[in-house]
Design a binder for this molecule. Sequence first.
Ligand code: PBE
Length: 270
Amino acid sequence: NPHKKLGPQINYTITGIDAGAGEMGAAQKALTAYGLKSKNWQLQTSSTAAMTSTLDKAIKNHQAIVITGWQPHWMFTKYPIKFLKDPKNVFGKTENLHTIARTGFKHDNPGAYKLLSQFHWTKSEMSEIMLKVNDGQDPAKAAKNYISKHPKQVAKWLAGVPEGHGKKVKLTYVAWDSEIASTNLVKQLLDSKGYDTTIQSLEAQPMWASIATGAADASVSAWLPTTHGLYAKQYKGEFVDVRVNLKGAKTGLAVPKYMKNINSIEELKN
Ligand code: PBE
């Protein structure tokens, strides 16, 4: 109902995700920065699965909803949603996804390191795997299918990478849909050259610690400079920032495009 105020329609509630997500911290800051807390707005903690299912229902019923959204994610491919403007820049500008490695990795395994230093792709390429996995396909299978469908790109990633002869590689990641896609793809790429790659999902803090302590070799799941900014600072000098593997990641509050009167976080107050 476009004539009714937004707040009461949705109980002044922003549908969030896991309490541990970096974005939830930013969303809490936004509530304060935009004076929404004093207007009774609250951030509801849930999970990606619960949030996207609530979003799905709202869209089917053409109802109002405000979520913590981010890119790259299939929610932006599957649903007509838009980010709200953030004039106070609480969520930071766009971010990049970085590949990080333990400090001795390049020396110990130059072949696998070479592949990591050549791996980068785009949001729409990553979406191909994310959408398949969201449709129920096994991530390893979705990654293998991607490899068989993109031979030219794969040849560039593998150019000059020597045979692994069973050499072990351990990748850690945070199990967001985006990193499930990239980590499974990199594992399949390494294994296709004869490396023996294991992947392990961890929370963000232990993922960074695994690289800094050398318990794992590398990760393609570092969101910088904002979401994982504190970890990068904490472990400065104890990891190698190998490269950006995906440009233009973004976090922020998002709403369905049919909510035409709401375009900025500031307007939630009205
Ligand atoms: N997110 C967005 C993660 C990384 C950035 C939800 C995918 C997070 O907020 O921690």
